[in-house]
Design a protein around this ligand. Structure first.
Ligand code: ATP
Length: 385
């Protein structure tokens, strides 16, 4: 096993915009690292540079202590699982798993022993004689994983391995991959655009956007201390609300009402900025009518009219529209390079306790946990809190 160390990695295709721009990331020995970001952010390119399927334009790639920039893929001793599994249809499950061992000219009895051991681990023993066409999607996925883990690779690399599976199977495979990785304790880099996979699988998550690393941290760190607007909006579902606000004294004036900042540091962080974006996660609102007096005093109460509700059994989402004052909205649009148009939405999503009786058309009071709100600079996207 080995650590993977990327230092100032750049990838340019032709002479265009860099697909990966100055990324430095250290994956520790035995760590499960997720690369996540929207389509085109460069995550597959980065993974392909680790494996050696893509040349590195600049920077250093190390596996263990070895500089591998110019080392051929086969000499890197890494195992990759692709999105489309790439199983050989004419070979049995046994031979598909055995394939890398045959390539490496491992003796027959050793092949037999290792394939059976791997099949046991992945619960594929009873399917060893079948062809891929006669397997379910999940079983095929496990064969692809079997082929990756059957040899003693220094690290596993996964490129969106679950994206072809239906939601239920994806959930199952997620737990299987997680269990397997912990059992084998092997360094793993896993690419996905799915934030649920990112949050549940990895020890740490690296968030990429437009070829640049935005933040690296544990799922909890990304959720609780997002470095910027992009990470804040990307991690968490439904995503964080961003309310435009101006600060007067210790009061943040938002289109849904005033939020008093008890924390002096937050007031100071706003500094001379005329407008900020207040980040409130949907789950940090509560139905104020169900909140104790003591708790009410520890937060702020906003007033809103509910437009639509969605009751999911374990959650109740209420959508509350608001109107940003026109001058503020324009100013924000000018200031903001970081916000996508849907993040400048004019409704907030509020996740309430499903026992709440809140319904469409109702005027409600919403309690906000002001200790947990974030303040963002609308022009740089930086989290000021
Ligand atoms: P997705 O989730 O859609 O696969 P990604 O985050 O993995 O996206 P990459 O496939 O790494 O993104 O692509 C990053 C950027 O590099 C994109 O703008 C893409 O168009 C560009 N790109 C990728 N491969 C090539 C190539 N072979 N030639 C030219 N440009 C490429």
């Amino acid at each position: 096993m080995a650590a993977i160390t990327m230092t100032n990695i750049v990838k340019r295709y032709g002479d265009g915009f860099p697909a990966v721009n100055d990324v430095s990331l250290a994956v520790q020995d035995g760590e499960f690292m997720i690369l996540v970001g929207p389509s085109g952010c460069g995550k597959s390119t980065l993974l392909r540079m680790i494996v050696g399927l893509e040349d590195i334009t600049a920077g250093e790639m190390r596996i263990g202590d070895r500089l591998v920039n110019t080392v051929a893929p086969r000499q890197r001793n890494l195992s990759m699982v692709f999105q489309n599994y790439a199983l050989y249809p004419h070979l049995t499950v046994f031979e598909n798993i055995a394939f890398p061992l045959r390539l490496a000219k491992v003796p027959g009895d050793e092949v037999d022993r290792r394939v059976r051991q791997t099949a046991e681990l992945l619960e594929l023993t009873e399917h060893l004689d079948r062809k891929p066409a006669n397997l379910s999607g999940g079983q095929r996925q496990r064969v692809a994983m079997g082929r990756a883990i059957v040899r003693d690779a220094d690290a596993f690399l996964f490129d969106e391995p679950l994206s072809n599976l239906d939601a239920k199977l994806r959930g199952q495979m997620r737990t299987e991959i997680s269990r397997l990785q912990r059992r084998l304790g092997v360094t793993t880099v896993y690419v996905t655009h799915d934030q649920t996979e990112a949050m549940t699988l990895g020890d740490r998550v690296a968030v990429l956007r437009k070829g640049e690393l935005q933040q690296v941290g544990s799922p909890r760190e990304l959720y609780e201390q997002p470095a910027n607007l992009f990470v804040a909006g990307f991690i968490g579902s439904p995503s964080m609300n961003f309310l435009p606000a101006t600060l007067e004294g210790a009061d943040l004036r938002t289109p849904l009402g005033d939020l008093r900042l008890d924390d002096r540091r937050k007031v100071d962080a706003v500094g001379e900025r005329s407008v900020v974006l207040v980040g409130v996660r949907p789950e940090h609102f509560e139905d104020a009518s169900l909140v104790s007096e003591e708790k009410r005093a520890r937060g702020a109460v906003l007033r809103a009219r509910v437009d639509v509700t969605e009751w999911l059994g374990n959650e109740l989402y209420a959508y509350v529209p608001y109107e940003a004052p026109p001058d503020l909205a324009t100013r924000l649009r000018d200031l903001s390079q970081e916000l996508d148009s849907d993040q400048l939405r004019t409704q907030a999503v509020v996740a309430l306790d499903p026992s709440s009786r809140v319904h469409a058309g109702q005027d409600v009071e919403l309690w906000v946990n002001t200790a947990r709100l974030h303040l963002f600079d609308p022009s740089t996207g930086e989290n000021l809190t």
